[in-house]
Structures are given as C-alpha cells and as structure tokens.
Ligand binder design. Structure first.
Ligand SMILES: Cc1cc2nc3c(=O)[nH]c(=O)nc-3n(C[C@H](O)[C@H](O)[C@H](O)COP(=O)(O)O)c2cc1C
Length: 232
C-alpha cells in the first residue's frame, strides 16, 4: 500500500526541482508536489509559509510510516487543513473493533482557549496547548462493572490509525493521558456514562525534520529481547 500526501519541504530539499528522493535514514521518499498521481487529485496543499520555499509530496508506504513515526509535542501553530483533519478522523473510524461494536466517540477541539484548558488535564498534557487540534477519545467507562477490556484494545487501534494517517500527511501527534477526569468532563461536556482516558494532539511539527529523522538508537527494545518463539 502506498500513501501519498502533501508535505512541506525542509531546508535540505529546497534546491531546484529534485526528482523523487529517498531519505536513506528513514526510507521516506519525497518528490515535487506536481507529480501527483494522474486522475487522482492530491489532498489540498499545505499553505506556504516564510520558512518553506516549495512543497513536496511525501510518499510513505505502511512500513515507512510505522518505523519512522515518533511522538511530536511541539507544533508550528498552523491550523490543520480541513481535509487532513477529516482523513485523520476517518482513519480512526475505520479501525476494527471487538464484535464491530465501535464503542468510541471523538471530540475534536480546535479552539485555542479550549486547547489551553485541556493542557491541564494531566501532568504530561502540556503539548495540547500548542496543538492545532486535539481529539479526545471517549468510550464507555472501561472500569464500569461488566465492561470488557476490549474497549481499550479497540480505542488503541483507532488512536494508532489516526496517528499513522496523520504522520503520512506530515502531521505529528502525541497522546495525553487524562489524570484530571472531572476537569476533562467539564471542558468537553461528554455524558455521565462516558469516559475519556486519552486525548491526542495533532499539528504540523515545529521542526519539520521530525518527520524524516532516523529512529532514535535504543528507542525501541530489540526484537530478540521481546519475541518468544513457541514458548516463553
Ligand atoms: C497509552 C499512552 C499514553 C501516553 N501518554 C502520554 C502523555 O500523557 N504525555 C505525553 O507527552 N506522551 C504520552 N505518551 C507518548 C509516549 O510517551 C510515547 O509514545 C513514547 O515515549 C515513545 O515515543 P517515540 O515514539 O517518540 O519514541 C503516551 C503514549 C501512550 C501509548
């Protein structure tokens, strides 16, 4: 599967009309935006800004997206393109769920003041204040008697879909765990029988190099440390 999307250029790609170029450290390929697939319009282009002199398509296959994605907590302040935000939400909606129960609702927040308030729902939620958008993930209360653990499995799949779809569009994201439940409920107004354990921040990274930087050495445990074959 290939994912084709718009992506602002970084300084190292500013020179004239490079052909499709693969960034060796991550396997991510960039090519000029004009090369969009014939008959299939690219997503609406990102706005130009003073730091970027051109636009590029970022062609990322599923593996590239999985291995290059990282948590991004600093954003450049631009609002998300509406088509990009829709794509992210749709990616969450398309996740599989236990018995296809789809026990999730997504509350999208773009209002700067509300984003600022959300940054106080946990000790590590500060990145929400600078995000272009937050998506609060709302479920039935996972601790209510009789609620199966699969609610959180399903929510993780939806969140993973959103984060990967965003990444392939050149958009960074990071979860924030909600510690202050009452505050989150007050800010977001969801019903008493619902619960919000996580809020995702989304935005174009303050440092566009975040999107193509090589994975941090030691950032993930090696396969042979975590994989057990046949038996533990
Ligand atoms: C369930 C879950 C909760 C998380 N909660 C927070 C959080 O409250 N604040 C935060 O800054 N990052 C949070 N993170 C992001 C993790 O810190 C991040 O995924 C991890 O450090 C790996 O980062 P990397 O992908 O950049 O290597 C959370 C991640 C997960 C999966």
């Amino acid at each position: 599967m290939r994912v084709t999307c718009t992506q602002p250029t970084s300084s190292r790609h500013r020179t004239r009309a490079p052909d499709r170029r693969r960034i060796a450290s991550t396997g991510v390929t960039v090519k000029p935006l004009s090369c969009g697939r014939k008959g299939r319009p690219a997503l609406p282009p990102l706005p130009r800004d003073s730091r970027r002199s051109g636009r590029y398509l970022l062609v990322m296959d599923t593996w590239d997206a999985i291995r290059s994605r990282r948590a991004v907590r600093r954003f450049d302040g631009r609002p998300l393109d509406a088509a990009h935000l829709d794509r992210i939400l749709d990616a969450g909606r398309r996740a599989g769920s236990s018995k296809n129960t789809q026990r999730w609702d997504f509350i999208v927040v773009e209002d700067r003041e509300r984003l600022g308030a959300l940054a106080a729902v946990g000790p590590f939620a500060g990145h929400l204040a600078g995000a272009a958008a937050a998506v609060a993930l709302v479920t039935p209360d996972p601790r209510a008697p009789g609620t199966p653990l699969s609610v959180m499995w399903d929510l993780g799949l939806a969140a993973g879909n959103m984060s990967l779809a965003a990444w392939a569009l050149g958009i960074g994201s990071c979860p924030a765990t909600v510690y202050e439940q009452a505050a989150a409920r007050e800010i977001l107004g969801y019903p008493a029988d619902r619960h919000c354990e996580f809020v995702l921040s989304f935005g174009y990274p303050a440092d566009p190099e975040d999107l193509t930087r090589a994975p941090r050495p030691g950032g993930r445990r090696p396969l042979d440390e975590i994989v057990h074959r046949e038996r533990w």
